[in-house]
Design a protein around this ligand. Structure first.
Ligand SMILES: [Zn+2]
Length: 142
């Protein structure tokens, strides 16, 4: 059974969630009982939880670095979500570069959206600009 991670929007704790549960029912936070917000199988995370997930994840971790003011980022969102449902072996994350500026500086992200693939905690490739769900699939599995 595949699993993913979800950050609670209320208490910010990190939850491990079975993907079947995430797509069929609304999962709740193990700590505070709030509903977890997962879009498709994409979870919003802060830098702290992003680092924890890189340590814990057994499979690939794919991250969309975005911002709310960025038109192409908003257009990319639904395609990225679609790809998450088609690739349950990977953990799909979104990281907001407006609120998490330090990590984007550290990773040298210049333009957004920027998608980065991590395996065993290390970056293996990155792609600038919006992609279709099919392109995300290729990016992930090539
Ligand atoms: Zn919580």
């Amino acid at each position: 059974m595949s699993t993913t991670f979800s950050q609670c929007s209320k208490c910010h704790s990190l939850n491990k969630v079975a993907t079947d549960l995430a797509t069929q029912k609304e999962p709740v936070c193990g700590k505070c009982g709030s509903k977890l917000s997962i879009h498709g199988l994409v979870s919003d995370v802060n830098t702290n939880n992003f680092k924890k997930i890189l340590d814990k994840a057994e499979g690939p971790v794919i991250v969309d670095f975005w911002a709310s003011w960025c038109g192409p980022c908003r257009a990319y969102g639904p395609e990225y979500e679609k790809a998450s449902l088609q690739n349950k072996h990977a953990v799909f994350l979104k990281l907001n570069t407006e609120t998490e500026q330090e990590i984007s500086a550290k990773l040298g992200i210049r333009g957004i959206p920027c998608t980065i693939l991590f395996k065993n905690g290390k970056e293996v490739r990155r792609q600038s600009g919006a992609m279709s769900a099919e392109q995300v699939q290729l990016f992930l599995n090539q």
